[in-house]
Ligand binder design. Structure first.
Ligand SMILES: NC(=O)c1ccc[n+]([C@@H]2O[C@H](COP(=O)([O-])OP(=O)(O)OC[C@H]3O[C@@H](n4cnc5c(N)ncnc54)[C@H](OP(=O)(O)O)[C@@H]3O)[C@@H](O)[C@H]2O)c1
Length: 306
């Protein structure tokens, strides 16, 4: 029987059912900086990293929550877990977190940008950025830039963005990043932020060629987590009763992230998008290199890393 080939845009449907790769490589002696480790996908990544004996620096906005997570993990895996506090909706917090990490660690082997959110309404950060665009894209952009020199010195090193198939909901308009001129919807706002992260990633992958630092992005599966809990009761009810029951165990996200940052098969691999561990072609709009260059420059201007 002739095998039916899906168009590129729909390959994620097949990839979500494909058997995924796993790694049992050791990360002993490696320093991993991980944002968003207090919940969902990031928490599962933290469990795998602890099992692999990495030294993990959790960057979290809620110290008490982070301490409880650390305690629970340490009761199962004796490993090093450090905590740096930062709210990734504020530029000054991101700068402060990066400078604390640079003071405490003379090497950074892996950076995993996992902190992220979804909002049904446009809200604004204290500095006036649309919050989802800021937390999902500008925060990880700035944080990566601030840690980059140390990662180059620590080469070979790896950066992984926890991106999303949600980039396909594209709502990116470079002339209206703050949604002041258009009607905001949660899916398009989320799509804009994840598209922006991908567009700037191709630029960074080119810049980092021959520097020993790889940068990739992945969709962590469609898994149970707390995403969207910041939204109103109607959304939360809908999510609890109709969305969450359809989703998978987030353990698969942790295992996939571990494979991408730890396994020897990923050595030197850069500038790719993965559905869990399967390489995939992102949506066309997220591959527009001319837009990517403009957005990279704008992201530098807005966050001022140097
Ligand atoms: N779940 C999925 O199926 C799925 C699919 C595609 C992509 N993703 C991506 O996976 C990543 C993790 O999401 P999740 O589903 O695991 O959601 P989650 O359970 O809500 O976890 C989000 C994490 O990000 C942190 N965070 C959010 N806003 C922050 C801020 N302003 N400053 C600092 N930290 C902040 C949260 O901290 P608190 O614990 O303090 O809230 C939490 O640790 C996101 O980038 C998301 O877009 C998830």
């Amino acid at each position: 029987m002739k095998k039916y080939e899906l168009p590129d845009e729909l390959m994620f449907l097949r990839n979500s059912k494909t058997e995924q790769k796993k790694s049992d490589a050791s990360m002993k002696g490696k320093v991993v900086v991980l944002t968003g480790a207090t919940s969902g996908v990031g928490l599962e990544a933290l469990k795998q990293l602890a099992k692999g004996e990495a030294t993990v620096v959790m960057v979290a906005r809620n110290l008490e929550k982070a301490k409880n997570v650390r305690e629970a993990i340490l009761s199962k895996h004796p490993c090093d877990i450090d905590i740096v506090v930062a709210d990734f909706s504020e530029l000054s917090h991101i700068r402060h977190a990066a400078s604390e990490i640079l003071d405490r660690y003379d090497r950074i082997d892996v950076l995993i940008n996992c902190a992220g959110m979804h909002s049904t309404k446009a809200t604004y950060t204290p500095e006036g950025f649309e919050t989802v665009f800021f937390v999902n894209h500008l925060a990880s952009f700035l944080f990566t830039q601030l840690l980059l020199d140390r990662m180059i010195l620590s080469a070979p090193s790896r950066i992984l963005h926890i991106n999303s198939e949600g980039h396909r909901f594209n709502g990116l308009d470079i002339n209206d990043l703050d949604w002041k001129k258009r009607h905001y919807t949660g899916l398009r706002g989320y799509g804009a932020s994840k598209t922006a992260q991908l567009l700037t990633m191709w630029e960074m992958a080119d810049q980092l060629k021959d520097r020993g630092v790889t940068i990739n992005a992945m969709h962590p599966g469609d898994v149970r987590s707390n995403i969207g809990k910041n939204n109103g009761w109607l959304y939360r009810m809908f999510s609890r009763f109709f969305i969450q029951p359809m989703l998978k165990d987030p353990k698969i996200s942790g295992e996939a992230i571990y494979y991408l940052v730890a396994d020897a098969q990923m050595e030197g691999v850069s500038g790719k998008f993965y559905h869990l561990t399967i390489e995939e072609i992102p949506a066309k709009h997220a591959l527009d290199r001319s837009l990517g260059k403009q957005l990279y420059d704008l992201s530098v201007k807005l966050t001022n890393p140097k």
